[in-house]
Design a protein around this ligand. Sequence first.
Ligand code: F6P
Length: 350
Amino acid sequence: MRLGLLTSGGDCPGLNAAIRAVVRRAERGYGFEVLGIEDAGRGLVERRAVPLTIAGLDHDGYDPYLSSGGTLLGSINRSTGYAECELHAGYRDLGLDALIAIGGDGSLAILHGQAQRGGWSMVGIPKTIDNDVALTDRAIGFESAVRTVAKAVADLRTTAVSHDRVLVLETMGRAAGHLALHGGMAGGADVILLPEIPFTVDGVMEAVERRRHMRGQAFALVVVAEGITPPAIDVDPSSPTAPRGPGETLAHALHTASKGTFEVRTTVLGHLQRGGSPTPSDVLLATSFGVHAVDLVAQGSFGRMVASRGPDTVIDVAIPDVVAAGSSPVRLDDPLVQVARSMGVYVGQD
Ligand code: F6P
């Protein structure tokens, strides 16, 4: 059995731990040969693949891939630009018997379609800091990005208090608010705005005022997911000083609504959320996912994606069901939304 392995889409902490687990389980458990394909689909077409072995990943006993960030295989998060038949030819020429693809919902949907049309045998492993892959509680990388957001909120607190400022932190997450919600709550934010829940500038102002009553000055920490619909503001968008992005736009709206009395600043956290090493829980998730994925290959269960249920249980689901369910948003009855409200955190309209 020659097993291909690739990482596709935006990187995140925990990918190397999953690669390591696949290689260990494949070699030790089944004697499979593993071929790491570089740069996702592009490497498949260009026949860029490296043999992955337990000894090769070990580096004199130092085991660097267990807890390193990024992906040792490289990745791309846009189209390869190659025709599908070229991908099929790559799969064939590399002599692959099966493929494990580590990707987000977009990558897994595309690769599954190609696998079906090309007759490949594929198993998927979900990863994304956005945590928006359907039918799994967690994707690799989410917990680590939550840690980064939570630390940023906590670090902003000291300077917000010193200067009595309203500090807005914009997180990633595409159209889903999981990262903002979890990171904001773990960091102690006063306001958390998500794409899934409508909010008003008045609602945010009230939350900031509540804070003011507690301390006498207007400081507050506002976490904004990049996918929110920003409030309308009266600024010429072609002006070089016009706010850019949802965080800056909200900051402008708050400054205006306070008649200039709130000092508001914005931080866009950006790709820091994808960097760094994984948390222990991400390493454990990635390791369990890697082992389960290889077991599926050994059983001949293809077209499946490994998935988590609760903290310790790994199951598998049909990739077509994941694709049909679409991107998974924060649900309005998400327990953490209710907890946030109970704690007096403004998360938009009830
Ligand atoms: O899907 C992961 C993600 O980090 C999103 O949260 C973000 O919107 C996007 O990728 C950023 O993509 P890029 O790395 O191309 O800027």
